[in-house]
Ligand binder design. Sequence first.
Ligand code: NZQ
Ligand code: ZN
Length: 406
Amino acid sequence: MENFTYYNRTKIIYGRGTEKEVGAEARKLADKVLLHFGGGSIKRSGLYDIVVASLREHGVEIVELGGVVPNPRLDLVREGIELCRRENITLILAVGGGSVVDSAKAIAMGVHEENGDVWENFISRKPIQKAVDVATILTLPATGSEASPNTVITDDATQLKLGYGSELLRPVFSILNPELFFTLPRNQIANGVCDMMCHIFERYFTLTPKVELTDALCEATLRTIIDNAYKLADNPQDYDAWAEIGFAGTLAHNNLLGLGRVQDWASHGMEHEISALYDVAHGAGLATVVPSWMRYVYKTDVARFARFAKNVFGISETAPDGTSRDDEALALAGIDALESFWRKLGLPTTMSELGIPDDSRFEEMARKAVLARSSDGKEIPQGNFRKLYSQDILAIYKMAEGSGRE
Ligand code: NZQ
Ligand code: ZN
């Protein structure tokens, strides 16, 4: 196990009716908030009215900034930074999915960067010294941004989608009421399930030896997500299933499951190039790229992939025809099981299903994935389970173009 330090300041307030606590919680921290939200789902569901009423009841003044789009954009972040400076905002309340939370975090980090543009921090990864507090009410369990130190923003001008992380960006509190997820359309449920599973994969597929506890926690969380995703496919208003999935989404990315492990993150790097250019949903992009990544890298540690197949998908060492499966057969059966599970949820697992009809920009995407942050033109490889250079990434995109197989 690697050495680690873990501190997570996010207070999680979980369960039925908890959104009504927002006014009291916010009042402890500020007398004025920036209420940040997306394209209108919170108004249609009635959540907006509940939040405004609770804030007003506790005497919290509200400044509003809506209009966050999926794959949140830098332009609105810059607008939010100006607004926060003008209004002396010390708490940003993000009400929505991961895009709203990420936009709030990027605003929060930019407010005190008076001598430069916030995007410079995304490019250089230069640490910030100060950030405005962010709190959230989550309406889409997926990204884990409600308790993570990360934000991911897209700059339309350069078609770059980049992440940034700082402990200063972990929300001060996050409210999750599983009932708020009832209005999610099926494709967003599937995208969210896929994203949270991938956050676990990025940690689970490691070469770090002797990490038994976090291995087991990863596997249990994955099994819980799969079981309850099936329940939601039958009934998207199953509170108990949502309660499990919502909790799993937070655990998948608050880094508890990644402690002491060298993590990978190549799949996320490859997906961000797809959603940067084609503006697809992050979870759908991951469903397309991850099975191909797995088939490309599994030989690096076949036993780990065999363990994944057995412990997550319950694949037996005895095949249906009575022959025994070796680690290689188990590994490949596990990847097939994952792909088939995602297809059952309605996720795309090929580039064409994702709406990317040709491979004309794959080379550009592969180059950007390893060069966006390079200052000397040398490729910075993605991933750690197996380091991937542009040629590897191109090969994976091409595998994802068809059936996901070489
Ligand atoms: O904008 P509104 O009207 O609110 O509609 C949203 C949006 O259209 C809708 N929605 C959200 N909650 C709903 C709802 N519709 C009905 N009922 C509800 N309860 O869903 C659509 C998608 O929302 P979005 O926030 O874009 O989705 P998600 O939560 O998947 O966030 C994706 C973004 O997060 C980034 C992704 O790259 C992507 O940009 N990620 C952030 C991470 C982080 N900060 O730690 C980690 C992730 O790996 C990921 O990269
Ligand atoms: Zn993700």
